[in-house]
Write a protein that binds this ligand. Structure first.
Ligand code: GLC
Length: 539
């Protein structure tokens, strides 16, 4: 890739490819590398700078690839290492960077290391690479402590010889022991394996969870000090070392952390000159469609990241949360938390949600820093909330005892063309249907149907991304709020000569003086911006 003066990751628009659901090249109903390669021209014409690709490594798919059995192989479901190399080369030829996902907190229970640990037995060096412990109670039949797994049930599973192992996620995802030097060495070698093949960075899964309190104390005994497994200060040592490693490679390789922290201050600790480059801004993702709350989260983010000189990232959707067209189509769901409850209290008003999603796209793409686009959000896809129970695949569904439907509703294979399933996701003569069923009413949502329609979500994104690339005020930098706006209206200026206005109130808003309208999320009449609309102006 050509060298740039400002590192690319400070202002990049990164498109998230959930590989299972993006494009199916071999007709087995599951997306793959061949599918991504065939769609590079689309991604180029959309105008994104990089792709973050969800885990593609060899995996029994207990958590759709987040249970990695071999970090140096591609799962046959998705392709081969040679195809990954071709993808990297072809993407680079299109000016698009590639960022795979790395999963360091846990491996698959089918990984060679874990299988060796099982065979070698209690007290062996092989067990030291994971977190094995004796149980509690006279016969050790109770878990070693009171930690729960993120997907329901205890975070411990007992093996036949009587020991227990820790898994913060499913039992098929045993946690690695990051107090062990071999674990550090192994992951540095894996990073090199892929950097040597030309990847431009990594998205780090559960970046805040790697180091556990070695005493493994009960959560019930926590007295306000550090959490025994989330966001412990010791994780930063790991990332300092990863940063040095990345800096040895040419071309601004970069990391993005999936780190859920309690405060923006804690998040800022991940992104320093000697640490990771960027982190997902989940506070923004979790904020309702409310002007005061959004402004507060934007200000807090920019202030905190400013103290460490890191750029912000703006994220509205990903493969773990309800799609934002559906989220914004609900009455303010205050306390809406990702990963907490997937049971919506009321049906979504999709017309409203879509209007807001259009305005939100203009908001996020105008804010200082980088932005993420989750595949399908550029098509305005909603959450699919009525998938039949029989097709649900997310482990959350089983682990929660069928009380939470899980994350399948945002992972439905995306529609490319045609009027019936598989909507071009797989070829018409494919041997299998898409791995999750697509809705019958998606014909108007396909890429083909939206292309060239100026009123479509797709063309809004295309135009916004083109203007963002060309306009010197957008991307990295700062903003200044226009403070003479009524409550419910967000307006900010970026230099040179750019204003973004978003109307989150219930009244039309008279636009400030401007030279021209660059882009609007909906029609503007008599210079009045209707509720739930946004506009980009030049001044
Ligand atoms: C992250 C991923 C999620 C996965 C979990 C366990 O939160 O985004 O999809 O289930 O980690 O690896």
């Amino acid at each position: 890739m050509p060298p740039t003066t400002t590192p690319w990751w400070r202002s990049a628009v990164i498109y998230q490819v959930y590989i299972r659901s993006f494009a199916d090249g071999n007709g087995d109903g599951v997306g793959d590398i061949a599918g991504i390669r065939s769609r590079l021209p689309y991604l180029k014409s959309l105008g994104v700078d990089a792709l973050w690709i969800n885990p593609w490594y060899t995996s029994p798919q207990a958590d759709h690839g987040y249970d990695v059995a071999d970090y140096r192989e591609i799962d046959p479901l998705f392709g081969t290492v040679a195809e990954a190399e071709q993808l990297i080369e072809e993407a680079h030829a299109h000016g698009i960077r590639i960022i795979p996902d790395i999963v360091p907190n846990h491996s698959s229970d089918q990984a060679a290391w874990f299988q060796q640990a099982l065979t070698a037995g209690p007290g062996s060096p092989e067990r030291e690479r994971y977190v094995f412990r004796a149980g509690r109670g006279p016969d050790g039949s109770l878990p070693p402590n009171d930690w729960d797994s993120r997907f329901g049930g205890p975070a411990w599973t007992r093996v036949p010889d009587g020991e227990w192992y820790l898994h913060l996620f499913t039992p098929q995802q045993p946690d690695l022991n990051w107090q062990h030097p071999e674990v550090h060495a192994e992951f540095e070698s894996v990073l090199r394996f892929w950097f040597d093949r030309g990847v431009d960075g990594f998205r780090i899964d559960v970046a805040h969870g790697l180091v556990k309190d070695p005493e493994l104390p009960d959560l019930a005994d926590r007295d306000g000090g550090a959490h025994p497994f989330w966001d412990r200060d010791e994780v930063h040592e790991i990332y300092r070392s990863w940063r040095k490693l990345a800096d040895e490679y040419p071309g601004d390789r970069s990391f993005v952390a999936e780190a859920w922290t309690d405060t923006p201050e804690r998040l800022a600790a991940y992104v320093r000159e000697d640490g990771l480059h960027t982190a997902f801004n989940f506070d923004f993702l979790m904020t309702d469609w409310d002007a005061k709350d959004l402004r507060a989260v934007i200000d807090d983010t920019l202030a905190m990241l400013g103290t460490v000189g890191a750029p912000a990232t703006w994220v509205m959707s990903n493969h773990d949360v309800m799609r934002h067209a559906s989220r914004y189509g609900r009455r303010a769901a205050k306390k809406w938390l990702a990963n907490e409850s997937y049971v919506p209290a009321s049906p979504a008003d999709l017309e409203l949600g879509t209007r807001r999603a259009r305005a939100a796209a203009l908001l996020t793409l105008a804010l200082p820093g980088g932005a993420y686009v989750y595949q399908g959000e550029e098509l305005g896809l909603p959450e699919i909330e009525d998938l039949p129970e029989a097709v649900l695949q997310d482990p959350v569904w089983e682990r929660s005892g069928h009380t939470e439907r899980g994350r399948d509703g945002c992972r439905v294979p995306i529609p490319w063309s045609g009027t019936t399933t598989p909507y071009g996701f797989s070829a018409a003569d494919a041997t299998a249907s898409p791995w999750l069923p697509q809705p019958a009413d998606w014909a108007p949502r396909t890429v083909a149907a939206q292309t060239g329609d100026p009123a479509s979500m797709l063309e809004l994104y295309r135009t916004a991304l083109r203007i963002r690339r060309e306009h010197p005020a957008l991307g990295d930098g700062t903003l200044t709020w226009l403070d003479d706006t009524p409550a419910g209206v967000l307006a900010f200026r970026r230099e040179p000569g750019f204003i973004c206005v978003v109307n989150l109130s219930t009244e039309p808003y008279q636009l400030p003086a401007h030279a021209s309208i660059l882009l609007t999320s909906g029609p503007v009449e008599d210079n009045r911006l209707a509720p739930d609309q946004a506009v980009w102006l030049t001044v």
